[in-house]
Design a protein around this ligand. Structure first.
Ligand SMILES: [Ca+2]
Length: 277
């Protein structure tokens, strides 16, 4: 493999609909053939067969005919077709990528429908197409971040997952990799959020503002991750217009490198030395 795989597909139907075609350049990083994978740390995501080509589903999903949309959505999401409650036309995009070393390109759907955003990764198996990853993001929680739900750092996929409730919210970055027809989580890192601890006096808010950056490094043929943590504890109460107690800020940094044997990103001393300077 020469490390310059380019995954672009132009299905005729795609010219009819807004579509984001992505060119995945490996930037000198080989994908799979040199890796010795043992036991993956995380279990593979569930997969399910779909009986239509992704570009065809995509076109139908954006149809102005509600029944055509319902059938397409049900094919993609795997539930029985139903004409009740026809879904609105989603804000949808389809990316074609080359995420592994088989000849077929992979597809990623990103959909925003009402309160939900989701990312579906579709891969071609021997007997047809499979949804190999089905990742959901609760758009209404932080709607302005819905567009940042997915980043592609070839061959890795970065997905943001949000949870929240009264007095807390958190964004978690999950990094995925397609391997032999299955999608595996490879790392999970907290990105940002806050939580209020109101059972103590003074009431304390813990804010997280971490930074997760993909970086190329000398020590590994793979992309590495710089993970900078910042946690701020702030305290309720003022004296003379100023906080009664100064916030406490804690910072740290760790370098993660790709470990093919476990199909995961792990902190290593050499990655931390190189990336946290
Ligand atoms: Ca492929």
């Amino acid at each position: 493999m020469d490390g310059s795989e380019i995954g672009v597909v132009m299905h005729p139907s795609l010219f009819l609909a807004p579509v984001l075609l992505s060119v995945a350049m490996a930037q000198g990083v080989s994908t799979t053939s040199e890796e010795k994978v043992g036991k993956p740390r995380y279990a593979a995501e569930a997969r399910r067969h779909i009986n239509r080509d992704p570009p065809e589903i995509f076109r139908a999903m954006l149809s102005i005919n509600a029944a055509v949309r319902v059938t397409a959505m049900n094919t993609l999401f795997g539930s029985a077709p139903s004409e009740s409650d026809p879904p609105e036309i989603p804000d949808a995009s389809l990316r074609a990528l080359q995420l592994d070393d088989d000849e077929d390109q992979e597809f990623i759907f990103t959909l925003h429908v009402r309160a939900t955003s989701c990312v579906l990764v579709v891969d071609k198996g021997k007997d047809g197409w499979y949804v190999v990853g089905d990742l959901i993001y609760w758009k209404y929680h932080v709607p302005e971040r819905a567009e940042t739900i997915l980043e592609v750092h070839h061959p890795f996929l970065l997905f943001r997952s949000i949870t929240g409730g009264t007095g807390f919210t958190s964004t978690t970055v999950e990094i995925y990799r397609l391997w032999q027809g299955r999608l595996y989580k490879t790392a999970e890192l907290p990105e940002d959020g806050f939580s209020v601890r109101d059972a103590i006096d003074p009431v304390e808010t813990i804010g997280t503002n971490n930074r997760i950056v993909f970086r190329y490094a000398d020590f590994s043929p793979w992309t590495a991750i710089e993970f900078r943590r910042e946690e701020t504890r702030s305290f309720e109460g003022e004296v003379g217009g100023k906080p009664a107690r100064k916030p406490i800020v804690k910072r740290s940094c760790a370098g993660y490198e790709w470990v093919p044997a476990t199909l995961s990103f792990d902190v290593t001393p050499r990655a931390t030395r190189a990336l946290c300077r």
